[in-house]
Design a protein around this ligand. Structure first.
Ligand code: SIN
Length: 490
């Protein structure tokens, strides 16, 4: 197979199990649609329990050899996979845009972002050190070594169909684990294309297995992994209710879990902030993927002294954002993923307006473009009673809350069960220290809206989950520590 592929060559509508493309055991299929037009892109295998079990069987057979492969050989495979991602970045970016809706430039950017994790973990594969424990008794040697946890089940969301699965599979394979995976029903094609490239990069049969499933069948497919004691770890990115379900259901076989769940990120603008920088930072963080990102600011707190000015500056920039299909080279915001998403956004805005919010920009569906478009929106006079204050809107809506002092801002920012990302803008170094310590979140952006990096630990606290992706910490979730105590050495 040529390593540079066209978009049509990347579309593989079957499951990938044990190194082969196979239809679902039931023969069922479901349609994956383009959110810009509603047209069906492909009819994809609709898997259930039997397919999930076949994937686990293959992963179990492949595990011993992959675990025992030299780390530098596993690294070489991951490096080849990374190189293939870059070679095919244009076609992959188009595929992401086609099934997820984000503008092509963002889709291509996501490919580079996801690939950066693959390179990072390819390098980390050769640095999985243990420890020699200082001697405690004569004649005994004590060491701690790290081993792969075993089979990993990766369950991934639709908002970053490339990056989220890449940053789960890469550390798993680097650690010597084998993988079974299921991408979101809205966007399975990107994940299946990734598996195609992994195969070409030399990932051995059974080491990486992926099944697709519709919303109706996903639960029974995933349940097979939750109750199978051979699956030792679940890594999931998605909503908090589903994360809790996975934790509950997998408790029976006590699996290791990494859960990257919902956020309700606060973004605080203090009177002493550089307002131009704060507006730019908010645009970058809020409108990435049209607001459909777990780390997007959901609640923007602006101090009274700059409230009106900041609102005006922001509304001008937001009103100028270009909303268009992802194929339009000037598009900055594409369609939302589906009807449920657009209905939730409209419900949040309508509720806020009914409770007294002022619309500074947007505030309506853009039906002339298609059913899934919503205008980038800024709402002033937001209050904690509004739905958008306690639920993630997951769309292009910025509610502005007013506050008077730092203590009030911190209290409001932390008044949520979630704790993924948070942001604040201030030029006072003492305040920067106080607020960064006071925010209850796994990630804090200080005078910065773009936080993502493969070298940094990504993850939350409270009901945003646990575990970290990326960075030197990211492999820990795929490893267990074995203590070796050797006696008789006098
Ligand atoms: C997410 O929305 O879950 C991921 C965002 C990121 O990687 O920055």
């Amino acid at each position: 197979m040529a390593s540079k592929l066209e978009l049509k060559d990347l579309i593989r509508p079957d499951n990938f199990i044990d190194g082969k493309w196979v239809a679902a055991a039931s023969g069922k299929r479901f349609g994956v649609t383009n959110p810009a037009t509603g047209e069906v892109i492909a009819d994809v295998a609709d898997s259930g329990e039997a397919d999930a079990r076949a994937a686990t069987d293959a992963a179990a057979r492949a595990f011993p050899a992959w675990r025992d492969a030299l780390p530098k050989d596993r690294a070489a495979v991951l490096h080849r996979w990374h190189d293939l991602m870059l070679e095919n970045a244009d076609a992959l970016g188009r595929l992401i845009s086609l099934e997820q809706g984000k503008p092509f430039a963002e889709g291509r950017g996501e490919v580079l972002y996801g690939a950066s994790y693959v390179k990072w973990f390819a390098d980390e594969a050769t640095r999985i050190y243990g420890d020699i424990i200082p001697q405690q008794q004569r004649g005994k040697r004590m060491t701690a070594v790290k081993e792969p946890v075993g089979i990993v089940a990766a369950i991934t969301p639709w908002n970053f169909p490339f990056a989220m699965i890449a940053r789960k599979i890469a550390p798993a394979l680097a650690a010597g684990c084998t993988v079974v995976g299921k991408p979101a029903e809205d966007t399975p094609l990107t994940a299946l294309a990734l598996v195609l490239l992994a195969h070409e990069a030399g990932v051995p049969p059974g080491v990486l297995n992926l099944i697709a499933a519709s919303r109706e069948n996903a639960v029974s497919a995933v349940a097979s992994w939750l109750h199978d004691s051979r699956v030792r770890k679940i890594t999931f990115t998605g909503s908090t209710p589903v994360g809790k379900y996975l934790a509950r259901e997998s408790a029976e076989t006590l699996k290791k879990l990494s859960l990257e769940l919902g956020g309700n990120a606060p973004f605080i603008v203090f009177d002493d902030a550089d307002l131009d920088a704060a507006v730019t930072g908010l645009l970058v963080s809020k409108f990435r993927n049209g607001g459909q990102t777990c780390v997007c600011p959901n609640r923007v707190y602006v101090q009274s002294g700059v409230y009106e000015k900041f609102g005006d500056m922001l509304a001008k920039r937001v009103a100028a954002l270009k909303v268009a299909p992802g194929t339009d080279p000037d598009a900055q915001i594409g369609p939302m993923i589906n009807a449920r998403a657009i209905d939730k956004i409209a419900r949040h805005v309508d509720d806020a307006v009914a409770q007294g919010a002022r619309v500074l920009a947007g505030g309506k569906r853009l039906t002339a473009l298609g059913p899934n478009y919503y205008a980038p929106t800024v709402l002033a006079d937001a209050t904690p009673a509004m739905q958008l204050s306690c639920e993630e809107t997951f769309g292009p809506v910025v509610p502005l809350f007013r506050f008077d002092d730092e203590a009030e801002a911190l209290r409001a920012a932390n008044d949520t069960p979630f704790g993924l990302a948070s942001y604040f803008y201030s030029q006072d170094i003492r305040r920067i220290d106080r607020v960064s310590r006071g925010l209850e979140a796994g990630i804090v952006g200080i005078n910065e809206g773009a936080l993502a990096s493969e070298a940094a630990p990504f993850g939350g606290v409270k009901e945003s989950g646990y575990g970290r992706e990326g960075s030197k910490y990211g492999l820990d979730d795929y490893l267990s520590i074995k203590y070796l105590c050797q006696g008789g050495l006098e």
